[in-house]
Design a protein around this ligand. Structure first.
Ligand code: ADP
Length: 275
């Protein structure tokens, strides 16, 4: 089957030819099939953000290619905007980018730019709000009246409302408390199960990734060091340790339970998972 997303010898260098030249991504190759849930881990500075920004054409590879459903996304540079609707990206602290008068308008912003009817725009916005657990009565409020967690949900709903083939999330739970983190992860998993689309989740939390991902990419010093099933990656403690990633015991256990079909994304503790 043609992968939904493929990277071929993907490279990105910042400041080429300057004293600040930095190879941020080097020779990355991977294939992701439609419907997979991919976790992306690695140290700060390992190249995760740079890599995912190439997936929707926000930055253009220095060399190599990104294929979306078999087609080079830069084949027709004028059409790159369309790629950004198909590969939806939620950045770190996305709530900082809310700007409309009401929550509804904010969530509808993407669909409004897609040439849909008003009825379809409203349906998409309402469905997206539901996916992230936003109550109907919040939709007419100003985003600025909401709590931090609610604002985060509005921002994520705005991307989900575009119904992207691939949803890329960069640290979506950063800054939330453990309960808020778990609820949001659960909502992302439900969305994935219901829509069946493809998700790439970047997280510094190996435990979160172990709970939700089918396969895991490990970035290290601008290279894709490992890409395997979640359980296989987290069972290789020695290799992960050699690149400075300590795997907590709970992470290993969560990845095994997930592979066995336990709904570990909904549990705060191991005891809950085993119940
Ligand atoms: P991660 O997301 O894993 O923290 P990044 O992709 O942000 O990694 O960064 C990879 C490397 O590229 C780091 O060395 C970082 O300092 C460098 N880098 C990131 N953004 C820029 C930029 N805009 N200009 C120059 N260097 C950058």
């Amino acid at each position: 089957m043609t992968p939904i997303l493929e990277a071929q010898n993907l490279c990105y260098t910042y400041g080429t030819g300057t004293p600040f030249e930095k190879k941020a991504v080097q020779n990355v190759n991977f294939k992701i099939q439609q419907g997979e849930f991919i976790g992306v881990i690695g140290h700060t500075g390992s190249g995760k953000s740079t890599m995912i920004q190439m997936m929707n054409g926000l930055i253009r590879p220095t060399s190599g290619r990104v294929l979306l459903a078999g087609k080079d996304i830069w084949e027709e540079p004028k059409k790159i905007r369309a790629v950004r609707f198909r590969v939806g990206m939620v950045f770190q602290y996305p709530e900082d980018q809310l700007f409309e008068e009401t929550v509804m308008q904010d969530i509808s912003f993407g669909p409004r730019n897609m040439g849909l009817t008003d009825a379809e725009i409203e349906k998409r916005a309402r469905d997206a709000a539901k996916f992230v657990g936003l109550q109907d009565e919040l939709l007419d409020k100003s985003p600025f009246e909401l709590s931090g967690g609610e604002k985060r949900r509005v921002a994520i709903a705005g991307v989900i409302a575009m119904d992207p083939d691939v949803l890329v999330l960069d640290e979506p739970t950063a800054g939330l408390d453990p309960a808020g983190r778990d609820v949001l992860l659960s909502e992302i998993v439900s969305y994935h199960e219901e829509r069946g689309n493809t998700i790439m989740l970047v997280s510094h939390s190996m435990e979160d990734v172990a709970r939700v991902a089918d396969r895991v990419m490990v970035m290290n010093s601008s290279h894709l060091q490992m890409f395997d099933t979640t359980q296989a990656v987290f069972s290789q403690d020695k290799e992960l340790e050699s690149i400075g990633l300590q795997v907590p015991q709970i992470t290993k256990i969560m990845s095994i339970l997930k592979a066995d079909g336990y709904p570990v994304h909904t549990c705060l503790t191991l005891e809950e998972a085993m119940e």
